[in-house]
Design a protein around this ligand. Structure first.
Ligand SMILES: *[C@@H]1O[C@H](CO)[C@@H](O)[C@H](O)[C@H]1NC(C)=O
Length: 145
C-alpha cells in the first residue's frame, strides 16, 4: 500500500514537472502577419511579416511602431508614446484601425471608417503595413500615412 502510494506520488510529481517545463519552455506561437476583424493586439504583442523582416508592435509605452528588424529602424509610428498605459489596437469591422488606452479611450486611429466589412491589417514582406477590405482593396498603409 505505502509503496503504491509512493509510486503514485512520484508519477504525479513527474507529470507536474513535465507540465511546468512545457509551459515555460514551449515555443511561442509564431507571430502572424495579419490582424483580423475584431481581433486585438495587446501591449507588447506584435505582427510579423512572413519573411520576418518587419515587426508591427504595440509597445508598452503606447507607441505603435513598424520596425525593420535588420537594423531596428522605425519605418512608421503612431506617435503616441507615453500617451497612455496598457494600450491595445483592434481592426474594427467599420474599417477603422484604433489604438485604445487601458481606459478604452481612443489614442490613435487610421481614420478609415466606412461600411461594415471584414478588414485585415497585414504586415507585408515589402515592409508596408496595409489595411485591406475583404475584396483586397487597400484603404490605408503606413507608407502613405
Ligand atoms: C503569410 O503566411 C500565412 C500562413 O502561411 C498565410 O496565410 C498568409 O497569406 C501569408 N501572407 C502573405 C502576405 O502572403
Amino acid at each position: 500500500m505505502e509503496k503504491s502510494m509512493a509510486v503514485t506520488c512520484i508519477a504525479l510529481l513527474l507529470l507536474a514537472t513535465i507540465a511546468l517545463y512545457c509551459d515555460a519552455a514551449g515555443p511561442p506561437a509564431p507571430a502572424s502577419d495579419t490582424l483580423f476583424t475584431n481581433k486585438q493586439l495587446r501591449s507588447n504583442e506584435e505582427l510579423r511579416s512572413n519573411n520576418s523582416f518587419f515587426v508591427f508592435k504595440v509597445q508598452s509605452d503606447c507607441n505603435m511602431v513598424l520596425t525593420r528588424v535588420s537594423d531596428s529602424s522605425v519605418l512608421w509610428s503612431s506617435g503616441t508614446g507615453g500617451k497612455a498605459a496598457g494600450c491595445w489596437v483592434t481592426m474594427q469591422g467599420d474599417g477603422n484601425l484604433v489604438l485604445y488606452s487601458n481606459q478604452n479611450n481612443a489614442v490613435w486611429m487610421s481614420k478609415t471608417a466606412r461600411k461594415e466589412d471584414l478588414y485585415t491589417l497585414m504586415v507585408q514582406d515589402d515592409g508596408n503595413a496595409v489595411i485591406y477590405t475583404a475584396s483586397h482593396v487597400a484603404i490605408w498603409s503606413t507608407s502613405y500615412d
